[in-house]
Design a protein. Structure first.
Length: 125
């Protein structure tokens, strides 16, 4: 259930003042670790978090064209990551579940693998 009000505008995870959408999804140190892990594990190593932010905000993924995983486009990896960060943040806020970047990365790896497998099955039908 949604709280009636929030006591602070600070980020509930790192306590940074004035939590913004950018902070919530990208700039909070825990979320930065997730994005850095995704860049290392899935994308071209020179990709930056700023590149990812710009691509997601503009829905123009032409600058993020390389995926280390065969069978999935980079934009799908970014959307999977964004959704897993959102879920982890909401679990922290509403369920008091600690946000662990490594655990989020495990979920991202699993979801990417599942997506690739499902796409391969669909291509066989």
């Amino acid at each position: 259930m949604m709280p009636a009000f929030f006591e602070s505008h600070n980020c509930p995870i790192c306590l940074s003042p004035n939590e913004t959408a950018s902070h919530l999804l990208f700039d909070c140190p825990s979320k930065e670790k997730v994005w850095q892990g995704v860049i290392f594990d899935f994308l071209w190593p020179t990709t930056s978090i700023t590149d990812i932010k710009e691509a997601l905000l503009s829905l123009d993924f032409s600058d993020i064209w390389y995926s280390q995983v065969k069978g999935i486009h980079p934009y799908r990896i970014l959307l999977i990551t964004l959704s897993q960060i959102w879920v982890a943040h909401m679990r922290f806020v509403f369920d008091d579940t600690i946000l662990v970047p490594e655990a989020i990365l495990v979920h991202i790896h699993s979801t990417v693998r599942q997506t690739v497998d499902e796409d391969q099955i669909h291509s066989l039908l």
